[in-house]
Every structure is written in C-alpha cells, then in structure tokens.
Design a protein around this ligand. Structure first.
Ligand code: ADP
Ligand code: MG
Length: 280
C-alpha cells in the first residue's frame, strides 16, 4: 500500500500536504497497515511516523547545504593522505572537523603552501565535515568573491551582499594570493574580513606568506589590519611540501621502471629456459 491510504486516506493526504509532511504522507499507508497487523500501541505508530519525517528532513537539509556550498564533491578527509604533509597534524584537523564550537567564536583557519600542496583538497574536506555536522559552508575562489563584492559596491548594495554571506558559518576563500592588486578590489576584501571578525569564520588558502600579502592589499596599513584580524583567533596549517601531483607522478614513474625491467628479465629467462622446438 502506498501513500496515506486506507479509510479517509484522501483527506489525510490533503492534511499532510498542508502540514508539509511528505515523508509521513508517503509512509503512512504502509506503517498504518503494519501497525494494525502487529497491534502496535498508538504512540509507537506516531513515533515511527515522526522519526521518519525528521530523519528525511535532516537528510534533505544536508543535501541542500552541500548543494549550496560549491564544495568539490570528491575532496574528502577520507581521501586525504596526511602522511604526505608531515607539518600538518591530523589530530588538529580532525578536532576542527568534529568539534565545531570554533565556528561559534568566529575563529579562522589559514592554510599556506605552494601550488599542489593539497590546500584546496584539505579545506574542501574540512567544509564537507562541517556540513555533516550541520553547519553551513560556502566555498569560493577569493578573486571571484572579490569581483562579486566589488559589483555589489558599485550598485550600492555591498552591505546586503555581506549580510547574505553571514548565513554561512564558514566562508572559504581559496587562493587569496591570486586576487588582482587593485585598490577597489582589495578594499572590499578588507571590509569582508573586518565584517566577519570575531563573528563568523573564514578559511583562507594562500601560496604566499603574510610577508607578501602587501601585494594583495596594496596599502601597508590595510595589510597589517587584515592580517591582525585574521590571525587573532586562528589555526594556521603550514603545508610546505612539494606538489602532491608531481610527487605521485614521480613515484608512479619510479615504480614503473623496475617493473618493466623485471618483465623483460622474466621474459628473457622464459625464452632461455624454453625447450628447443623439436625438429619435425
Ligand atoms: P593546492 O590547492 O595546494 O594547489 P590541491 O589541493 O589542488 O593543491 O591538490 C592538487 C591535487 O593533488 C588535487 O587533485 C588533490 O586532490 C591532490 N592532493 C594534494 N594533496 C593530497 C593529499 N595529501 N592526499 C590526497 N590527495 C592530495
Ligand atoms: Mg588550490
């Protein structure tokens, strides 16, 4: 039996529509039938229906949060090789992923390292874990967001645009160092940092150290003020390792070379050991 069928099913379906309880509407027929068959007390039936509705509502909420986040779907903690970045403590990252109270304090995470070190992967993975924990996350390339904020400022709706970003517990700005060194752009970035300070968290990846951020913010005073706010409550992850892609490509190449040699050797050995073809 499907739907909220049974006697008065049509009316029940309408009421469940009005109450926006789609899961109960879908399962009521089957669960009522099971309850009748097995003689469940009324509260058990009610509880079962409500539990299903809540569980599906939660699953839909997580799906919505993941869809709005723009995170790369396959960059997860489970696929991140911590052994490849000895400077990063797995325990520290897991603590950020599992204990989300740092988001309530508006604390930040800053990831530094050369291109290919795994900054984007790790920050995406952290984002997914926080969504699983019920938080809202937005991933964006830093330069894209700066352009969006700059357009908002031109249209005199910068405060509204910044307020929209307030919905997110964590805003991930990927590749800060690629922001164009243009006064107007970098000052909206500063406004964003100042607006979220001690209020909402930021995660920033950069392939240049703080000492070179002067090139991003242009004005030294603004750079100092931005860095000061960002580091005040922050976890800094230093990923000073060579590109993971290059290392894995090199490792694959080194692994391949002896294999080829072995194959040649084995084939040669077989050829040598093969009995001579009998003459006919
Ligand atoms: P970055 O953002 O520092 O330039 P990425 O995170 O884009 O580097 O990493 C480059 C590629 O290497 C990606 O495909 C990423 O998934 C992979 N990668 C980097 N570091 C690791 C790691 N420690 N474990 C697994 N994959 C990694
Ligand atoms: Mg990256």
């Amino acid at each position: 039996m499907s739907g909220a069928a049974g006697s008065g099913g049509g009316r029940m379906e309408l009421m469940l529509n009005d109450l926006r309880l789609p899961t109960i509407k879908r399962l009521a027929g089957d669960l009522c039938a099971q309850s009748d068959r097995e003689g469940w007390p009324g509260h058990r039936l009610l509880e079962a229906l409500l539990e299903h509705e809540l569980a599906e509502r939660e699953a839909r909420r997580l799906d919505r949060h993941r869809a709005e986040s723009s995170l790369s779907p396959d960059k997860r903690l489970s696929s991140f090789d911590f052994a490849a970045v000895p400077g990063v403590s797995k325990a520290q990252v897991m603590a950020l992923a599992e204990g989300t109270e740092w988001l309530d304090r508006g604390a930040n995470v800053l990831l530094f390292g050369p291109p290919g070190a795994g900054k984007s992967h790790l920050v995406n993975a952290l984002g997914h874990a926080l969504i699983d924990a019920g938080r809202r996350v937005l991933f964006t390339r830093c330069s894209d967001l700066v352009q969006r904020l700059q357009a908002a400022r031109r249209d005199l709706r910068l405060p509204q645009e910044l307020a929209k970003l307030d919905r997110f517990d964590l805003l991930i700005l990927d590749d800060l160092s690629y922001v164009r060194r243009d006064q107007a752009e970098t000052s909206v970035l500063f406004e964003l940092i100042a607006e979220r300070y001690e209020h909402k968290s930021l995660a920033i990846t950069a392939n240049t150290p703080f000492s070179q951020w002067g090139e991003v913010f242009v004005e030294p005073a603004m750079t100092l003020a931005a860095v000061d706010r960002l580091v005040h409550h922050s976890t800094i992850l230093e990923m000073n390792v060579e590109s993971y892609r290059r290392r894995t490509a090199q490792a694959a190449q080194t692994a391949q070379t002896p294999v080829r040699r072995t194959r040649v050797t084995a084939a040669t050995a077989r050829a040598v050991a093969a009995p001579p073809i009998p003459a006919t």
